[in-house]
Structure formats: structure tokens, C-alpha cells
Design a binder for this molecule. Structure first.
Ligand code: SF4
Length: 259
């Protein structure tokens, strides 16, 4: 694993490195290394651990989830310094009816989360996914949302009008918060929460992040393109197994190079 910005002498007062890890040593050897990313013009040191051998992108996903959350936290801190208050709170699930684009690796990871749910909750969540897929198909949106060649993000407006709650939404809060997709982590607004119930470009003050891990992962995992969150289970059940043609450090370098 390389150090993209060199290995500067670290003054005693430097903040501790952010530590992120992926992989299970019981499943194979891990590779650890140091990386310095420039975030908002400021060097931020990371100590990263990933599977050393060939793995699917989803096995490195915890690193990108951590990065995504860190970018969001930094954006929220900057907003607060500017006097803007993030209105996103548990109990407000307005944005959880929007189209959530996810990478194939995230679909695999979400399917794993669903498989881990105890019954009867797993069945309830699976039924919500099935109902959402059916609603999308009934609205004639299926092809637009899954056409990987055209990447019809604009179909998101049509999707939102369907009012489909995310299958993981419980009492207007995310029931899989630690495992939520990258896009969900990166979506923070400083506009009134009620504006998210009928979002317009003028009504939403979306925080700008210093990087875009969700897009970087989408591009690094582009062989399968993006898909809407509600299609995660269908994808997991019908798509060929994830390729194992890159090592953990290679996947990491690919995504970090696209931030
Ligand atoms: S995964 Fe969680 S945060 Fe993301 S849309 Fe679903 S309920 Fe909302």
C-alpha cells in the first residue's frame, strides 16, 4: 500500500491518524499501510487495513463507509462554523423516499445485512423490497432505473413521486444505520427538514463534501454500474458472483485515486 503524499515528519501536536479497517484475518492475510489524503486543502493521515489478496469490492467497503462518514462529519463541522445547522435527524426519513443509487458492491453488502436479520424481521424487510420492486415495475420505471448504459439519475424525480419508503426505514429512522449506503451517509442538508418532503433545487441546501466516496466507489465498481437500493436483493440473487480480479490494496488505490 503506498503513501500518496509521502511520509511527512509528524509533529507531536499532529492529530492522530484516522484508522479504518476492512477484512477478517480469519479469512486471509491483511495488508496495512499509511495514506495521507488532502481533504479541503488539509492533509489528513490514515492508517488503513484491507484484505491483502484478491477480493470483491464489497470486502473493502467498510473503508469507504468510514471515509464517507468522515467526509460528511467534516462537512457538518464546516457548516456549523458558517452558522448553518444540519437538519438531518433520526425520526426524519423524508430523504429515505428518494432514489438511492448504490454500487454493485453495496448491493451485495446490503443483501448480506438482510440475510443476517432475525425472523420475522427478515421476512418483513424482504417483503418491503419485493413491494418496492413491484411498484417500480408497475410505474414503468424499471428500465430507466436499471439501464446501466444511460445512468438515468434524472429518473429519480419520477421515483420520488412514487413515495416508496426505503425497506430499511423504521419509524422514520434508518434501521441499518451502521451499514447504510454511501449515498445515505453523504446526504446532509442545512435547509428545513420539511423541504425534503417535496425537494426542489431551490428548497434544498445540500452540504458539499470535500470528496465523493460514493461516486468513486461507483466508478471503481463500474463493471456493474449503479442500481437503485430497492433492487439490491434482486441483483444479489440474479447477478453473477462478484469478480475477484483485484487485491484489496488495488481496489483501495483505485477508489482513493477517484476521490
Ligand atoms: S438505508 Fe437508511 S438512510 Fe438510507 S434510505 Fe434507507 S432508511 Fe434511509
Amino acid at each position: 500500500m503506498d503513501d500518496r503524499a509521502g511520509e511527512p515528519a509528524t509533529p507531536d501536536s499532529a492529530p492522530p491518524a484516522e484508522r479504518l479497517s476492512a477484512g477478517d484475518p480469519a479469512q486471509g492475510p491483511l495488508a496495512a499501510g499509511k495514506v495521507t489524503l488532502v481533504m479541503g486543502g488539509e492533509p489528513v493521515a490514515f492508517e488503513l487495513t484491507v484484505p491483502a489478496g484478491p477480493v470483491a469490492v464489497e470486502e473493502v467497503l467498510p473503508i469507504f463507509q468510514g471515509l464517507s462518514s468522515l467526509f460528511a462529519e467534516r462537512a457538518a463541522t464546516r457548516a456549523a462554523l458558517e452558522g448553518r445547522t444540519v437538519s438531518c435527524r433520526a425520526g426524519c426519513g423524508a430523504c429515505c423516499r428518494q432514489l438511492v443509487p448504490i454500487a454493485a458492491a453495496e448491493a451485495r453488502a446490503l443483501a448480506r445485512v438482510v440475510r443476517s436479520l432475525p425472523e420475522p424481521r427478515q421476512t418483513v424487510v424482504r417483503e418491503r423490497f419485493a413491494a418496492a420492486v413491484e411498484a417500480v415495475a408497475d410505474a414503468g420505471l424499471f428500465d430507466q432505473l436499471t439501464d446501466l448504459s444511460e445512468r438515468r439519475f434524472e429518473a429519480g424525480h419520477d421515483y420520488f413521486r412514487l413515495g416508496i419508503a426505503c425497506p430499511f426505514l423504521e419509524d422514520e429512522a434508518c434501521s441499518i444505520h451502521p451499514d447504510r449506503p454511501l449515498s445515505c451517509r453523504e446526504y446532509l442538508v442545512a435547509s428545513p427538514a420539511e423541504n425534503c418532503r417535496s425537494p426542489t433545487a431551490e428548497g434544498i441546501d445540500k452540504l458539499t463534501l470535500e470528496g465523493d466516496p460514493s461516486l468513486a466507489v461507483l466508478k471503481a465498481d463500474l463493471r456493474d454500474g449503479w442500481l437503485p437500493l430497492v433492487h439490491a436483493l434482486v441483483f444479489d440473487e440474479t447477478a453473477p458472483p462478484s469478480p475477484l480480479d483485484r487485491t484489496g490494496p488495488e481496489i483501495l488505490a483505485d477508489v482513493l485515486g477517484r476521490l
